[in-house]
Design a protein around this ligand. Structure first.
Ligand SMILES: NC(=O)c1ccc[n+]([C@@H]2O[C@H](COP(=O)([O-])OP(=O)(O)OC[C@H]3O[C@@H](n4cnc5c(N)ncnc54)[C@H](O)[C@@H]3O)[C@@H](O)[C@H]2O)c1
Length: 414
């Protein structure tokens, strides 16, 4: 099916970005929110996105006007009777999403696909609120949706292959990179990213290495920014919420470092609150490469965190693999569960969080036996967070030392 007319529910940060992307591909879009001023704010943001493309010279003014005219604001469900697709980007609560999907199911034509941009909620549970679970799936765009290339396409338990294929093809039309991800908590990118972020906290509270040193090492490894810069940008409260959720779903391996809740309780939430791991004085726009100042209160919190749950430091010099291995190991857990194809893990991490080298291919460079002995050694010191995925032990036992055994045909549409 070719998507010609779509609707986006929620005109906030994500909804506006998604509506812009759809409209830029020549698709007619209804942008719906609950109040006219929210709709107007969303439309104004889309206009700004087009203006910036005109400024950059990638569109002429008349082309931008023509494409922007594809978006129509709404506070009612008028015009939904002939849409081919709806992407919901409203509040992240299951009750709100289920109510929206039940309503959409009644109003949209039978062929319409209903997608949710949820970051974490169960697609199958959302689908169960409709009479067309075969046509419901997750389309997880990354923020900002108008520029980030990755979309995780997440079928639920009853999603048909045809629905998934239509969503994958649509992503291609939208000039996005789509990766098919089986439904699991955190989907793929967040599931892999959070063990790395959490380990950076444990490492920091051991007190032998600074936030700047860890950030610098992560950038040298190939990430666009270090974990503490990312925490401060994203909002430490938001990260704490996701970490708690993943801990509840996966257990021990995701046990949050105590430093995380201490940061939130002390209102060090990152850039938005003026301080997180670094200080962010109001009105100060840091110059590129300007050294960041550590939050002076951090030292006290580190001591408190260490008291609450002592993290044992490993002997020897800090090595960035201490924070990378939990991410690599989680990739293997996802692969053994067939959540994603191995090559797609690398694609997702590249386009979803800017990792400029293959994550799974790390094993190519180091060898599976090195990865396993590193995880075994760290597990002895730090416990369950480093328990190796069994697929790794199987590969090593089988005498397989390179990645080829893992690499199957990718399912990413690119
Ligand atoms: N912000 C991110 O970084 C990000 C990234 C990926 C996915 N998401 C997910 O996308 C969704 C939206 O997030 P956001 O950051 O754009 O939120 P937001 O708060 O910026 O926008 C949500 C909008 O939805 C509207 N809304 C609420 N209930 C509605 C309803 N019943 N009908 C129509 N509109 C309704 C609100 O008025 C608001 O304008 C959430 O599910 C979130 O988890 C967010």
């Amino acid at each position: 099916m070719k998507v010609q007319k779509a609707a986006v529910i929620g005109a906030g940060t994500m909804g506006a970005g998604i509506a812009q992307v759809l409209s830029a591909a020549g698709i007619e879009v209804i942008l719906k929110d609950v109040q006219q001023d929210f709709v107007d704010r969303g439309l104004a943001n889309i206009k700004r996105m087009y203006d910036s493309r005109v400024k950059k010279g990638t569109l002429t003014e008349s082309e931008a006007d023509f494409l922007f005219a594809n978006v129509k604001g709404a506070t009612e469900y008028k015009g939904f009777d002939d849409v081919d697709l709806v992407i919901e980007a409203a509040l992240e609560t299951i009750e709100v999403k289920r109510a929206i999907f039940t309503e959409l199911d009644k109003l949209c034509p039978p062929h319409a696909i209903l997608a949710s941009n949820t970051s974490a909620l169960s697609i199958s549970e959302i689908a169960a609120s409709t009479k067309r679970p075969d046509k419901v799936l997750g389309m997880h765009f990354f923020n900002p949706a108008q520029t980030m290339k990755l979309v995780e396409v997440i079928p639920g338990l009853k999603t048909s292959a045809q629905t998934t294929e239509t969503a994958m093809q649509l992503c291609k039309t939208l000039n996005k990179v789509a990766v098919k991800v089986e439904e699991c908590p955190g989907f793929l990118v967040n599931r892999l990213l959070f063990p790395y972020l959490n380990e950076a906290l444990y490492l920091l509270q051991e007190g032998n290495v600074t936030a700047q040193e860890i950030d610098k090492a992560a950038v040298e490894f190939g990430l666009p920014m270090g974990p503490f810069t990312l925490f401060d940008m994203t909002g430490i409260d938001v990260c704490a919420h996701v970490t708690e959720f993943l801990y509840k779903e996966y257990g021990q391996r995701f046990e949050p470092a105590p430093l995380l809740h201490l940061m939130v309780e002390n209102k060090f939430l990152g850039q938005k609150s003026g301080a997180g791991f670094y200080s962010h004085p109001a009105g100060h726009i840091p110059k590129k490469d300007e050294p960041k100042q550590i939050n002076p209160e951090l030292e006290n919190l580190l001591a408190q965190a260490q008291k609450e749950r002592p993290s044992v430091s490993a002997p020897g010099k800090f090595d960035v693999h201490r924070v990378i291995m939990p991410m690599f190991n989680e990739a293997l857990y996802a692969i053994q569960e067939k959540v994603a194809a191995p090559l797609d893990v690398d694609v997702a991490m590249q386009w979803g969080c800017g990792l400029n080298r293959g994550l799974v291919s790390l094993a190519e460079e180091k060898g599976f036996d090195w990865c396993l002995s590193e995880l075994d050694a760290q597990q002895k010191i730090h416990g369950e967070r480093f328990r190796p995925a069994w697929i790794l032990r199987k590969l090593v036992r089988g005498g397989i030392h390179d990645c080829k055994a893992l690499i199957q045909e990718p399912v990413a549409a690119r």
